[in-house]
Write a protein that binds this ligand. Structure first.
Ligand code: GLA
Length: 335
């Protein structure tokens, strides 16, 4: 008899340095995979995918041949079931999930779960194929019409680099994160509220704006939104100006101009607050405090908003709160 197939699959989370709510309009984003991760360990075989979690009381058990693997699932099990529905593995899996990521904080804990489960189940496509599959799983599990950023950032991360992703072509350009800068992620303490419903509403508004004035990605002049009524005008203006800020930020990072990079982050936060309206008073005051702290180049909310985390670019030692995160490589599997 052969030994059961031992597998350990791990996926980092991600923090987005700049470029939020642009992926849904085929725009530009600049996330990085981080050194907080989710790991799935176990053995392949049998008829069921059965996983336990160090952080959750319930056991997830899914028949690999179930017509609808999501039918009987709830909570975190929906993400596992959605990945089973997408991967359709030929054998089951029995194992455990553990994570060092804060769950539901805007650091892509769900993308990390999807990607590590897909790898544990034997998916062996390219990082882009893995990301596309897990994005479809996210849509199934949560119903949120998310873009490709999170799943692609955690699948394709490059150690020491952020990723300049063009969501239209899916091209990825690694941008080195300079030595002598710290990236800190600080939780606002506010649970993400309205993240699902608010995200879908904003995305629908962006689509409507695009139906009226064409793909926002192709528009460089923010004045082009003048004929739209509110709130479409501000939503479109956010996307157009945010795409420009991603380019500006990436160039500044490459030449080590942290002051310019920091200003782009501050402007991004203002745009997310005033034009895209996904910030909260709690996030605003945290960002304001951090931006007033000596040695902080710039801080902004990161991810979908409506609560959750902020990200700050700072001189070493300027901040001690939150997580000091390092740009890390993407998901991997060993067996
Ligand atoms: C969430 C989504 C991403 C992206 C961000 C906002 O994290 O999953 O696709 O839209 O919000 O930038």
């Amino acid at each position: 008899m052969t030994e059961p197939h031992q597998v350990a699959a791990t996926s980092p989370g991600r923090v987005n340095l700049i470029g939020d709510h642009t992926d849904v309009a085929d725009g530009l984003v600049l996330p990085m995979a981080i050194d907080l991760a989710t790991t799935v360990t176990g053995t392949r075989g049998g008829q069921f995918v059965e996983v336990t979690s160090a952080d959750e009381p319930d056991i997830v058990r899914i028949d690999i041949d179930a017509a609808d693997p999501l039918a009987a699932s709830s909570g975190w099990g929906r993400y596992v079931a959605a990945v089973v529905a997408e991967v359709r593995p030929s054998t089951g899996f029995r194992g455990t999930v553990g994570t060092t990521l804060p769950v539901g904080a805007g650091l892509s804990s769900s993308a990390a779960l999807e990607v590590s489960v897909a790898l544990a189940l034997g998916f062996d496509g390219t990082p882009l194929e893995l990301a596309e599959l897990c994005r479809r799983a996210e849509h199934r599990a949560s119903g949120v019409p998310c873009g490709i950023m999170d799943q692609l950032a955690v699948s394709a991360g490059v150690a020491g680099h952020a990723l300049l992703i063009d969501c239209a072509t899916r091209s990825i350009e690694p941008v080195p994160v300079p030595n002598g800068v710290e990236i800190r992620v600080i939780h606002s303490g506010q649970k993400r509220r309205l993240a699902e419903s608010g995200y879908a509403t904003r995305t629908a508004e962006v689509r409507e704006a695009e139906e009226r004035i064409g793909p926002l990605r192709e528009i460089a002049d923010p004045a082009a939104v003048a004929d739209l009524e509110e709130p479409l005008r501000r939503r479109a203006r956010h996307v157009i100006t945010e795409n420009a800020r991603v380019i500006e930020f990436a160039a500044a990072l490459r030449r080590g101009d942290l002051a310019v990079a920091g200003e782009a982050m501050k402007a991004s936060h203002r745009s997310l607050r005033d034009d895209y309206e996904v910030s909260t008073d709690v996030l605003d005051s945290l960002v304001e405090r951090l931006n007033g702290t000596p040695g902080v180049h710039g801080a902004r909310l990161t991810g979908a908003g409506f609560g959750g985390c902020v990200v700050a670019l700072a001189e070493p030692g300027a901040l001690t709160e939150g997580w000091l995160v390092r740009p890390s490589s993407g998901a991997s599997v060993s067996r």
